[in-house]
Structure formats: C-alpha cells, structure tokens
Design a protein around this ligand. Structure first.
Ligand code: AGP
Length: 611
C-alpha cells in the first residue's frame, strides 16, 4: 500500500524522488520520507508525518543534494503514523531501507537482532530488515549478496529498495508479493512501486517478477530470479498516453472521475460489440472454446469490485443460466473451497494489485478451476499477468481513493462476460443479446442524463449534514448497488452507513429507523417495485426520512418526509449501472459538506497491497 521510489543518476535526484512520491500518494499518505547519499558523502534522511507536501516543505528548508536515493510514502501497518515510524529506516548511519508489505516474522527477527545488540528506534516491521541486512553485510560485504541472503529469512510480503553509503554505486531491490518496476534512463536508472511515479523521467520500464532481486546501477541493471539464476526481464516502452493527473475544472478527482463515466463506459465497449452481439474474443483468442465448457462461475474481489461481482451474479443466473458464487477475497483465500467441475474463476480489480485478490487467484490455481479470468483496469498489473484470460476495463487512471468509474466499467465488463457466456453456451433467451447490445450502446447517453442531475443531488445532500447514520435499501440487483452506495458514503463522509436488502428490513434493522436515520433507496421500474414501495411505507410509518432515486415511470413523487429524484428510464438489466451514479454524487456532496478529504479519506489507501 505504500509507495516506493528510488534513483541512481549523475544529476541531483531529490526532486525526482519527491515528484514520484506525489504521484504515488494515492497508495498511502500517513507519512513520507527520503534518504539520499549526499554529495558530501553521507547518508542523510528527512521524514515527516502527514502528506508528501509536509516532506516537500521540510526539504525546502533542509535540502538533500545527491545522486543516489530512495523515498517512501507510508500507509501504516505496524506502528502509528509518526516521524519515528516513517521510512526510510536506517541501520547505523550507512544503510537505508524502504519497504512496502508486511513481514510476518518480524517479532522473532526483532528478538534475535536485539540479542545481537541492534537497537530499534521504530515500531515497524521494516526496521528488522535494515538491521538483518546490516548483520549479513558484516560477513558478506557485498550489498546485493547480503540482500539475497536477507530475503531468505523474511516471511511475508515485500517490495524493498535499499541503498548503502559504503556501496553508493547502486540501488538494490527485491520483490515478493508487492510490485516493483525499474525505470530505464540514459546513464541513469530508477525504481518504483508503480510506473506512474517514473513517467516524469522515462517511458521504458522493466517489471520485476515474484522473487526477483535487482541490482540497479547508473548504466546497468542485473536481475536474479527466485532460484538465484541471472535473468533478463523484457523492457516495455509506453507512449505518452498517460491520463492527465490534473483535476481540470473539477474541485476533486472524485467528481472528475464521476463525470468521466459516459466516456470511459464508451471506451470499455469499443471494439467489443458487433451489430447485435458481444465479440467473445474480447476476452482473448481462447475465450470462445473455453467459455463453451463453463458450467459455473466463481467471482472473487474486494470492496467496490466485490459489489460489481455481486451484481454480476444476478446477471449470470438470470440471463445466462449459469450458477455463480461471489466472495470477498480475504475470506475465499483461507476457506477450504469445494470447486464444482468446469468453474471459471473470475477476479475483479481496479488496480490488479490488491493483495487478497492476488492471493486468492494464486490459491485458485491449485484448486482445479477450469481457467482464470481477470476483469481489471491496469494492463500491466500482477493480476493480469497471472490470469489465463483478461478483459481490461478502460476507466483510465482513477486517483480518488473512492472507486467510481472503475465500478461502472467493471459492471460493463461483467455484462459483456454474461452475454458472452450465454452466447457461446446457447443459453440466452431469443433476442436478449441484440436488445442488450443496443441498450449498451445507449448507456453512455443515459449516464450523461443521470449526471445532469448533479445539482439536484447536491441539494439532497444537505439532508445529511447533521446525520450520523444512514440506511441504504435495494432489492434484486439493486441490493449490491445499495451496498456500494453505503460504502461510498462511509468511506468519504465518515457517516455510518449500512445496506440491506429491502425485504430484510423488518427482520431487524427497522428497529433503528427514526427521524435521525435517513433511508436511501433506488427504485427502478421493475417487477420488485411494488414490494419495494411496501418496504418504504414501513420506513415512513416509523418517521424515517426517505430519499428515493426512482424511475420516472415508477409512480413515485415527493411527499412529507419523502424526497423523490426522478431517474431516466432504462432497461432493467442496465439499471444497476445507472442508479450507481446518483449514489456516487450523493456521497461526494455529503463529504464536501462535511469538509472531509474527499480524494484521500482518512485511514485508507487506493491500492491495498497488504493483507
Ligand atoms: C472503494 O471505493 C475502495 N477504494 C475499495 O473498496 C476498493 O474497491 C478495494 O480495495 C478493491 O480494490 P481493487 O479494485 O483495486 O482490487
């Protein structure tokens, strides 16, 4: 979850490290630090709690000038977010380490190292790596050799970058469970946990694989694989198509990303539809043959991506007649799973680096699934590289921690999957595919209409200014939409929000309803509408204030304690995508009213690369 940047060059690298950290801040932002082998020949560091801007100010006051350095932005796992626990961690005065991940055997190692006389100055698991490496160096002398010996004793996950004042010709790195990429320059080389951090200095990248150790010098890169064998990793060149990291006319990235949804949904559909059908090859050349064998689907994901999977279950069972199970990755990975024959294992992830989802995929490979498919937004992610099939959503870079456009493009990808499976297996009802392909083509326009309600939703948000709790209700495929609405609200406004299937209300949560507990619901015009209306009556009868996003043909209107926002009519199958929009806007405007940090809410990080 933390961000790592490193550089070895002929020029001063501090500004490069700092710019890299700013670009990585979406990964963690509790504290930040930089260590540089300075032109005066010493290893020096500056660390600050809080955001990278704090570090920036500190460096303006105390500049570090040098040609070799590492930097880190932290999302705290072990030890509070304070200067003492911020990376880089030192052993003595000559060795600095930054780390992304969790060392599970840190307590045992700490005791051993203390007994050998090492003094710990932080509460982190990372500091044990610094001292263990320093200890190995006493016998092995060479930094790269010592790192190889050190990682053999580490259990857990790590992306590591290390520099030493005794061997200032290199930066060494190790990857296990946490991504690292080398940026290749001319007479200078770089390292980062995400290529985005290095787009300012290069467009050529080399991705480390699991278990790799790298020695990065100004003019050379050497890599050894998990067995210690010297290997070459392919260098990839990217054109300058990086998404803009600017907010433009928008006050926050989240609002910008909400408004990008018509465009990115359009992009996700491009090249994947023929006149009346989904092009199954969009999932890869082997997809048609493989999909014909699929008899079950197992979906695994986390957070918002999990909610997308929950919606897909309704689609897969209703449209394609395929039994589907959906589970959060952190549970799936530790469960003794019984795999049905011919089950397609599907992961969903914006980042493609979520630790639990990746671990679930790796476990699944041992369990006899038919094949694995990743629905992912990042083509160069671990999840994509390790899956048999891929469908890339085309959401572009999502910077706001609260996932918005990634969710709706995942839903589009999952509907394409549903139609592809149904098409290949011949289980779709006649005419359904052609109708839905047509509806998908109209979807960007419908989303634009929903976004035009921006100011109406902004006014509704005022109802939440003094509230501490909210219930979200939905039925059928709108239940996961309600879950996503509740997640968005709690994530960025810190209001406690819970989602329930509306029919469950009277089995317990109704006891919570009073005039301090607004109830938000989405009401497309479908066969469950009348049942939903009865549930809403139950809320009104207890004094609960209702906020209903309802189909224009649902026959619902404003009344005492009932605020109805009319939604454009849409085919019921696509309604989860459309009804997500007002809930995203609602959370956004409530958070703005509450004055929270919308794009970087407290305690969270964009990419959850630790367990
Ligand atoms: C949602 O707003 C969150 N940021 C979070 O739940 C996220 O969806 C989850 O961590 C999964 O991330 P992924 O899609 O990158 O795997």
């Amino acid at each position: 979850m933390c961000g790592i940047v490193g550089a070895v060059a002929e020029r001063n690298i501090t500004a490069i490290l700092l710019e890299g950290l700013k670009r990585l801040e979406y990964r963690g932002y509790d504290s930040a630090g930089v260590a540089v082998f300075t032109n005066d020949g010493i290893l020096d560091r500056v660390r600050r709690p809080g955001k990278v801007s704090e570090l920036d100010q500190a460096l303006a006051a105390t500049p570090l000038i040098g040609r070799l350095g590492i930097a880190h932005t932290r999302w705290a796992t072990h030890g509070a977010p304070c200067e003492r626990n911020a990376h880089p961690h030192f052993s003595g005065q000559n060795l600095a380490v930054v780390h992304n991940g969790i060392i599970e055997n840190h307590e045992a190692l700490r005791e051993q190292l203390k007994a050998q006389g090492y003094v710990f100055t932080s509460d982190t698991d990372t500091e044990v790596i610094a001292h263990l490496l320093a200890h190995k160096l006493k016998d092995l002398h060479d930094l790269t050799v010592a790192l190889k010996a050190t990682v053999k004793e580490l259990h857990g996950a790590y992306g590591l970058a290390v520099i030493s004042a005794d061997q200032p010709d290199r930066l060494v790195a190790a990857r296990s469970g946490s991504p690292l990429v080398i940026g290749l320059g001319l007479g200078e080389n770089f390292l980062a946990s995400d290529q985005l951090a290095l787009r300012q200095v290069t467009d050529r990248f080399m991705y480390l694989e699991e278990g790799d150790i790298a020695e990065i010098r100004r003019d050379s890169v050497q890599i050894w694989d998990i067995d210690g064998k010297a290997v070459e990793r392919e260098a990839v060149q990217y054109g300058d198509n990086a998404e803009s990291a600017e907010k433009g006319e928008y006050r926050h990235f989240m609002l910008k990303e909400i408004h990008e949804q018509p465009t990115v949904v359009q992009r996700t559909l491009e090249g994947r539809l023929s006149q009346q059908q989904v092009l199954v090859q969009a999932f890869g050349p082997e997809a048609p043959e493989l999909f014909a064998k699929v008899r079950n689907v197992q979906i695994v994901a986390c957070g918002t991506s999990y909610h997308a999977g929950m919606v897909a279950r309704y689609w897969l069972e209703e449209l394609a007649g395929i039994p589907c199970q959906v589970e959060v990755a952190s549970e799936f990975r530790y469960r003794k799973v019984v795999v049905q024959p011919d089950t397609l294992f599907v992961t969903i992830s914006q980042s493609g680096e979520t630790a639990d989802t990746l671990a679930a995929l790796r476990n699944a490979k041992e369990l006899g699934f038919l094949a694995s498919l990743a629905i992912c937004n990042v083509g160069i992610s671990s999840l994509v590289r390790e899956s048999d099939l891929t469908l890339l959503t085309q959401a572009g870079r999502e910077i706001g921690v609260a996932s918005t456009k990634a969710f709706t493009t995942q839903l589009v990808g999952l509907l394409l999957l549903t139609l592809s499976l149904g098409q290949v297996r011949g289980t779709l009802a006649p005419g359904v595919e052609a109708t839905l392909v047509e509806e998908l083509r109209r979807l960007p326009t419908r989303l634009g209409e929903a976004l035009a309600m921006d100011s109406t939703v902004e006014k509704i948000a005022e109802l939440f200014a003094d509230k501490n709790h909210t219930l979200f209700l939905g039925r059928g495929a709108q239940y996961p939409v309600a879950m996503e609405g509740a997640l968005k609200l709690k994530e960025i406004s810190y209001i406690h929000a819970e989602a329930y299937p509306a029919g469950e209300l009277k089995h317990g949560p109704l006891a919570l309803v009073d005039n301090d507990m607004p109830v938000v619901t989405v009401a497309p015009n479908n066969e469950l509408l009348e049942k939903l209306k009865s549930n809403l009556q139950e809320v009104r009868a207890r004094g609960g204030e209702l906020i209903v996003f309802a189909d224009e043909k649902a026959g619902m209107s404003n009344g005492e304690g009932t605020h109805v926002v009319q939604m454009p009519h849409i085919h019921d199958i696509l309604s989860p995508i459309l009804y997500t929009i007002p809930l995203q806007l609602l959370s956004y405007y409530v958070a703005v009213l509450k004055g929270t940090d919308v794009d970087q809410p407290r305690n969270l990080a964009k990419s959850v690369t630790v367990e």
